[in-house]
Design a protein around this ligand. Structure first.
Ligand SMILES: Nc1ncnc2c1ncn2[C@@H]1O[C@H](COP(=O)(O)OP(=O)(O)OP(=O)(O)O)[C@@H](O)[C@H]1O
Ligand SMILES: [Mg+2]
Length: 1089
């Protein structure tokens, strides 16, 4: 906080001084300077003392501290004033300006740069590319303008020799979108002359010292600045400036801004031309004035892209139009030198203005529509040359000091007078403060008819030879009685003034003696028209010297072919119709030619090139430099064209100053008042007298008095309420008092500040910043709470909204699920409704895809359906069929996937002997009935012919009959005589192979396994192993007994208690399966294929 800065640094605001006296003011200023506090406020004005050393107070962290803060919240700083201007612009839509004043070397330019850096740093949070581009251009433009417009003077190594006012345009979001630079009176006399210890503009030294070998070679310039008389003096001056490095920085900046390589090249050419011009010397030969070093002329011709003769002619002659005639008048050596210097100065000034114009082209606001984008607001930054007093003060110093008078007047008007007027307007008692009003000096300079500028203009307009002395006499007679003007004639005893040369003005900042030498010339600012045409490259001589008819290449007069060639070459480019040539070429025709030839679009038809290239008309025009043309548009005028008398330099300057002040006055101003602590650029020295003088003439003490007598802050009642209404219960959120004024009163009373405020008609006036600060603190605290409250409410609202949304989503979700379930059930219902009547009981019906939640349900449903379907299939079967189904199921369970062809597709008949051997069927039936009677079996499970191994390892044909009680072995050859019967309860298991063969081994408890291979099937190839195993298993199951079923190869078995194996082997020539003995048991050979 400004006020929280420790007491050891003195008072951060001069308004807080214990008493307002010059001594106290100076003591505070000195103390703060010595403690490294270079900025101090007077209310909202920043007083800045040049520290002459690098200060660590402009970094990113400092910028953050000031961003968006109120002025009095942080120690005084340029950033605070920049932020205040920015806030006023952004929040209140006001155009603002920051006026930086102070004498030469006080730190104005540096301050303006820090302000621009600050604005660039705090804007464009969205990093928009276009805005970044604009910011970069604005910052880069400084570097270029300083190179061409600043110079080392005895007061300042980087003194601005021109005035600069830069507008920065902002869009409604507060981001910079463009800008505009106004430049004021460049001190162009510096181009040809500098005082002892000073230099010309930096640009010359930068180019000479920093330009590459090849650049300098192309410009015919050497690396030694002392070789050029215009900058010779400055070339010897030692300084800390690094011209070489600066050259590169400036060249880069120009490139970034958008100068084309041609344009940059032309700038170097202009600089080089000026250097060469300075070395030109004139002499006489009889009556003829001539150039002594004509080589230089040739070089200039090359640089200006024109012919050497043209340069020489323009330097030595003046083309004068007398009526219709045009004659060349020769200069005297003096006139020629004058012309040369005037040319050098004018070329530099034109180039400077052109550079500013180019920068403006680039940075100007483009595509901005106020209707779409909102109001475009402006912050202006004024950095103009400071008040200066030199050993010899000429026209330039006079203008510069007048400019400072104008700005001081503006300051008085805005800060002092307006303040007093406001108190009156608001009806607040006011103690009058005396201050020096410098309007009288401003009038002395600019008043119509009586002012110094008027006298000067009058003198310049006088016909005949007018001298500077005549002008001084005019001043003496008109201003004899003026309190701020004197001269030796008016004060004969004053030896500091020279007779017929000096006059003295008592400026607000001190007395300055001006020498009138050069005033008339500088005010007239004459440049012979010939030079303008030379630089535009319009050469009168081409008209007069080479009329087409006497063109050397057309000695017999122009032929029709020549005109044709000209017309075809020129007129395709022109929208104008070709001129009629029936009466010979007219002036208009030449004009058309010249315009076309000098157009960058021009390219003669190849056919006619030889014709054109030999023509002097073409030679003199073809190489003209378009950039130079742009700098010299008036050179286009023909000598015969009468121009209006141009305004004098003084009038132009006065008008520009009046316009500037008007422009500033309509903006909300912020002031930076710069003070130069010493003349030796020391960071330690505080020259008391020097500083006191500046404090006095800047009117800073009056400023403090006005500020103290008055109030530190004033705000309109509604605005004040808007800002602080949360502090008081009477005003928050809205008051019900009769007026805002009453509400403010109540609020202020509540805080206990009545003694420190006054109530105006429309505004409340707060005397001390401390009160405002307290109000701000309370506001901050309340704002915190309000924010918390708003956050609470808002969070609740958001949570409720989220809850409602979730609930709605849930309801929708449920409804949807419900719908999906319902439609699934409906679908199933529809599809399976008629399955009973379907042939396959719905087996072909495609199940609809269930929603996710019904996947388990679907599984259950499918299983129910399958059970129903199975039940439907079996419910009508006969007991036999049921037995068969059971047997088949048992087969499936035991053999599925382990043996091929289980015979499931056919009907299982079981008792096959009758079918397979019809011839012996009756014998079998007989035996079978006998056995039934004897063994009382209920049913035949299986019967078939088999091949069997006997006790002696021999294979025999037999038959087996399996009933529900026994397994009988029979001899088919003996009418099925039963040979052996094994009770079924003795059978423990059966083994089969995994192949197609019909091998089966019945395992018995007594280890006398029966190894057989079914055979003699009808149809042949019938596979009955599946049926045999299934029927046995089903039967054993129905008797609740276990039957072991093995599928193996080889099959392990026991023959009469001896373990052996049976292997199935396919054999190629085997017609019927048959057993043979093997080492480990038996081999069943089956037909192989
Ligand atoms: N804030 C600062 N920090 C460090 N050095 C500074 C500061 N301000 C000024 N200076 C030093 O003072 C010199 C002169 O400052 P500057 O060029 O800004 O003066 P000016 O007021 O613009 O003078 P003129 O009227 O001649 O243009 C700078 O080159 C720099 O060395
Ligand atoms: Mg400056």
């Amino acid at each position: 906080m400004a006020e929280h800065e420790s007491q050891e640094f003195g008072k951060a605001d001069f308004v807080l001084l214990d008493s307002v006296s010059l001594e106290e003011f100076m003591a505070n200023l000195k103390l703060r300077f010595e403690k490294g506090r270079i900025y101090t406020y007077i209310g909202e004005v920043v007083v800045s003392v040049n520290p002459y050393r690098a200060m660590n107070i402009y970094g990113r962290d400092t910028i953050e501290q000031y961003k968006g803060r109120e002025l009095y919240e942080r120690p005084p700083h340029l950033f605070a004033i920049a932020d205040a201007a920015y806030k006023a612009m952004k929040r209140r839509n006001k155009d603002t300006c920051i006026v930086i004043s102070g004498e030469s070397g006080a730190g104005k330019t540096e301050a303006s740069k820090y302000i621009m850096q600050y604005i660039a740093a705090i804007t464009n949070p969205g990093q928009r590319a276009e805005v970044e581009r604009v910011k970069n251009m604005l910052l880069k433009s400084n570097c270029v303008l300083e190179a061409f417009g600043n110079a080392k003077t005895n007061r300042n190594d980087n003194s601005s020799r021109f005035g600069k006012y830069m507008d920065i345009n902002f869009d409604f979001k507060g981001d910079p979108i463009g800008g505009h630079i106004n430049n004021y009176l460049l001190e162009k006399s510096r181009v040809i002359f500098q005082q002892e210890g000073e230099r010309s503009f930096h640009s010359f030294y930068q180019m000479v010292k920093g330009g590459s070998e090849s650049l300098l070679r192309s410009l015919h310039v050497s690396k030694d600045p002392t070789a050029y008389s215009y900058i010779k003096v400055g070339g010897q001056v030692k300084s800390s400036i690094n011209d070489g490095a600066d050259f590169k920085a400036v060249a880069d900046a120009m490139k970034v801004i958008g100068f084309t390589p041609d344009e940059i090249q032309t700038v170097y050419k202009v600089l080089a031309t000026i250097l060469h011009l300075g070395n030109l010397t004139f002499g006489v030969d009889g009556d003829t004035t001539l150039i002594e070093n004509s080589k230089v002329v040739a070089v200039i011709g090359v640089l200006l892209a024109t012919k050497e003769e043209n340069v020489g002619k323009a330097l030595l002659y003046r083309t004068v139009a007398t009526g219709r005639d045009v004659i060349d008048k020769q200069h005297t050596t003096q006139e020629a030198s004058y012309g040369r210097d005037a040319l050098a100065k004018a070329m530099y000034e034109r180039m400077f203005c052109w550079i500013v114009g180019r920068i403006n082209d680039v940075i100007e606001v483009k595509n901005y529509d106020a209707k779409v984008h909102g109001k475009n607001t402006v912050i202006g930054v004024l950095d103009i040359y400071g008040f200066e007093i030199f050993q010899n003060n000429s026209f330039e110093q006079f203008c510069i000091n007048y400019c400072n008078e104008k700005l001081q007047q503006l300051f008085i008007q805005l800060v002092l007078r307006q303040e007093q007027e406001e108190y009156q307007r608001e009806g607040i008692p006011w103690k009058h403060i005396d201050y020096f009003n410098n309007q009288i000096i401003v009038d002395l300079v600019e008043l119509q008819h009586k002012g110094i500028f008027s006298v000067l203009d009058e003198a310049c307009m006088t016909v005949g030879k007018v001298t500077d002395e005549v002008f001084l006499q005019g001043l003496n007679s008109k201003l004899a009685k003026h309190a701020h003007y004197t001269s030796r004639k008016l004060s004969p005893t004053d030896k500091s003034l020279e007779f017929d040369r000096d006059f003295r003005i008592r400026h607000y900042a001190g007395d300055v003696v001006y020498s009138v030498v050069g005033f008339i010339d500088k005010n007239k600012d004459t440049l012979f028209q010939d030079f303008k045409r030379l630089l535009y490259n319009r050469l009168e001589s081409t008209h007069t010297c080479y009329p087409l008819s006497s063109h050397p290449s057309l000695s017999h007069g122009p032929t029709a072919a020549f005109y044709d060639a000209l017309i075809t070459t020129c007129y395709p480019l022109s929208s104008r119709p070709p001129p009629s040539l029936s009466h010979g070429p007219t002036v208009a025709f030449y004009d058309a030619l010249i315009t076309n030839f000098s157009s960058p679009l021009f390219s003669p038809a190849p056919l006619f090139l030889p014709l054109f290239s030999s023509s002097p008309l073409f030679l003199s025009l073809r190489s003209s430099n378009p950039v130079l043309k742009m700098m010299w548009p008036e050179g286009k005028l023909s000598i015969t064209e009468v121009t209006k008398r141009p305004l004098t330099a003084a009038t132009l300057f006065k008008n520009s100053m009046i316009a500037l002040v008007e422009n500033l006055a309509c903006k909300e101003p912020y002031y930076v008042r710069c003070i130069k602590p010493n003349d030796v650029k020391s960071p330690l020295l505080f020259e008391y007298e020097r500083c006191r003088h500046q404090v006095e003439y800047l009117g800073l003490l009056e400023n403090v008095r006005v500020r103290r007598a008055g109030f530190a802050n004033r705000q309109e009642y509604p605005r004040f309420l808007q800002r602080y209404k949360m502090i008081s219960e009477f005003t928050w959120p809205n008051h019900d008092l009769p007026s805002d004024k009453e509400a403010v009163k109540r609020l202020v009373q509540g805080c206990g500040f009545e003694h420190d405020v006054a109530y105006g008609k429309t505004k409340v006036f707060v005397r001390t910043p401390r009160t405002l600060f307290c109000l701000e603190e309370q506001r901050d605290e309340m704002v915190g709470r309000i924010v918390l409250f708003l956050q609470k409410v808002w969070r609740g609202t958001i949570a409720r909204m989220r809850y409602r949304r979730m609930r709605a989503a849930l309801i929708i979700l449920r409804a949807y699920q419900h719908y999906k379930v319902k439609s699934y059930i409906k679908d199933v219902n529809r599809k399976f409704k008629n399955v009973r009547s379907m042939k396959d009981h719905g087996k072909h019906v495609k199940w609809p895809t269930p929603p996710k939640v019904l996947r388990k349900f679907e599984e259950a449903l499918r299983s129910i359906y399958n059970r129903w379907w199975a039940w439907t299939l079996i419910k009508d079967l006969t007991p036999e069929e049921k037995l068969q189904i059971r047997a088949k199921v048992a087969t499936l369970e035991a053999l599925k996937g382990q043996r091929p062809d289980l015979g499931l597709q056919r009907t299982w008949e079981g008792n096959y002997l009758k079918r397979d051997s019809p011839d012996t069927a009756s014998s079998f039936t007989l035996v079978s009935c006998e056995l039934q009677r004897k063994d009382k079996f209920m049913r035949v499970l299986f019967s078939c012919n088999v091949r069997k191994i006997n006790r002696f390892h021999k294979a025999e044909d037999r038959a087996v009959l399996i009933t529900d009680r026994h397994l009988y072995k029979m001899d088919p050859l003996k009418q099925y005589k039963p040979m052996k019967s094994i009770p079924l309860y003795n059978v423990t298991g059966v083994s089969v192979s995994p192949g197609k063969d019909q091998l089966v081994v019945f395992h018995t408890k007594d280890s006398r396994d029966l190894v057989v291979c079914l055979q003699g099937m009808v149809p042949a190839g019938d596979s009955r192993i599946g049926e045999l195993v299934g029927t046995l298993l089903s039967h054993f199951k129905s008797e609740k007994r276990k039957l072991q079923v093995n599928i193996a190869s080889p099959i392990q078995c026991s023959m009469n208690g001896r373990k052996c194996t049976v292997i199935v082997e396919p054999k190629i020539n085997q017609s019927q399966p048959d057993f043979t003995k093997s080492r480990s048991g038996y081999i069943l050979a089956v037909p192989g294929n």
